[in-house]
Design a binder for this molecule. Sequence first.
Ligand code: FAD
Length: 392
Amino acid sequence: MVDFALSDTERDIRDWVRNFVQRELMPLEQEVLRRERAGEAGLTTTELTGLQQKAKQAGFWGVQTPEEYGGMGLSAVMTALIEVELGRTFVPFRFGGYADNILYHANEEQKQRYLLPTISGERKSCFAITEPGAGSDAKNIRTTARKDGDEWVINGEKTFITGGIDADFAMVFAVTDKEKGAAGGVTCFLVDRDMGWKSEPIEIMGERERQPAALVFDGVRVPDANILGEQGKGFALAMQWIGRGRYLLPARALGNCERLLEMGMDYARSRETFGEPIAERQAVQWMIADSAVEIEALRWLVLQAAWQVDQGMDSRHAQSIAKLYGGVRANEIVDRVMQIHGGMGYTRELPVERWYRDLRLLRIFEGTDEIQRRTIARNLLKGHASVSGVLG
Ligand SMILES: Cc1cc2nc3c(=O)[nH]c(=O)nc-3n(C[C@H](O)[C@H](O)[C@H](O)COP(=O)(O)OP(=O)(O)OC[C@H]3O[C@@H](n4cnc5c(N)ncnc54)[C@H](O)[C@@H]3O)c2cc1C
């Protein structure tokens, strides 16, 4: 049986988030744009925390955090539906109560110091694998950790680390056995900022909440007790972090595209040239139609990938497809919507150019387009996936 309908609960949750976005976030959009134009963050930490607390009062806290940790423990499909709704605004909001999936591998003592304070929002984490010489080719990292008594000494540089500017601790991947490399020789360490690493912001095309940092580890000493998971098993943890929800990135982009297309249609109806609204022109109608088709296709790729996660299936192929298609198509759609707006689309009066810059990142981080294509083709050629898809 194939059933595309939402359950009553799914609809209720989706509608609650939709209302929250309309009532609490969209009214902030003009102020967020104004601040971003002035080079400031769209929301202050106090404002973000205030909004998160408001949502928490209604039970929206830790969307995917297990219930035993005070979260909602929602399914992947439900989380994707929520991301779509949040994507309908550019106000940089996320629900509170979240911690990186790999922090659940912490032992009891580490959970008290890292996992629980991250969920509560007292501490901020960052995930650090990329290096100046190793991005797509993450197995090629050069940062080392050398054992010295019951401590490890970390040396190396990480780059493009989201949240690295203000994180209290980093999950750092370092080579502990050069011979074994990624196959048993990479270890993940929980490294507090006050253990001595330094961060330097990196200027980027996107807005402040995206701004990553370079991290420098110059003889940083970390106790043996700060190994996350097992020594030598760090690369698998890194892949687990990256694969934690690849469907969520295109889910948010889907929300962006829905809103953008609505903006494009509104503008097309009201903007007249040569005595007629541009919405009457076939050239504009085709941009609207193509965008609508792609949005619809993306919706089902995202939900199907999320559904596979909920079924406990190996969803990596479906997630790569959703991420690749979402990145490429969302960039095409925002470009069309800018085109429909003419000169206005290029100004900073409207959020179109902001989304244009922001969406470009989707084709680069957490696996570039080319790396997704490589994964998809390899899965097919090796027989791990079928061109008939999940229905076989
Ligand atoms: C804003 C931002 C935030 C980020 N946040 C984080 C973070 O929090 N933590 C973290 O660890 N990293 C983070 N990254 C790093 C990000 O994951 C990498 O930039 C990404 O994986 C690409 O690596 P690279 O930049 O080294 O490009 P490269 O790997 O050098 O790739 C350069 C180009 O070559 C292509 N290419 C590479 N290999 C192949 C191949 N085998 N076949 C075909 N084409 C190939 C790529 O697709 C790309 O087009 C972030 C990056 C950005 C820009």
